[in-house]
Design a protein around this ligand. Sequence first.
Ligand code: MG
Length: 166
Amino acid sequence: MSIKVKESIEALESRGVTIDDIIDIVMHLQSKYSPELTREKCEEMLMKVLSKTEVQLTIITGIEYDVMAEQDLYINKELQQLILDDYGLFGLDEVLAYSICNLYGSIALTNFGYVDKNKYGIIGKLNDDTERCHTFLDDIVGALAASTASRVAHHYGKKRRNNGEE
Ligand code: MG
């Protein structure tokens, strides 16, 4: 595991998100379409998503924005308050998360829209946390799960087309 992957996983964990939490969402999204999918396979696919530099930088950046708001470090306090309030018209939290989904095509984007709305598992918990600010993180987690699910869909789709060969 590269240092940056480790750093990204640790950053997620420091904010209450584990690899298992993300796998839960991927299974929820994808097991209906890929019945052969196991948690182990999900983890393997998630690690491939996490191995991309763009993904690592998005995780670190989003968490930094959340923590800075929590610690009252924004210069523009009005902007800080919008982030703390998870203001509905802010929208840059979703845009940052798209930078992950955009690497994995349209399935990632539609899955992201779905988890963003139904707030499955840890996404709901982050959303309901009144102690800390997760305005950026909930979308990043959704994007990681949606992108992993897209990768899974492509993996099994290709395998089927190749008559079972990986
Ligand atoms: Mg958000």
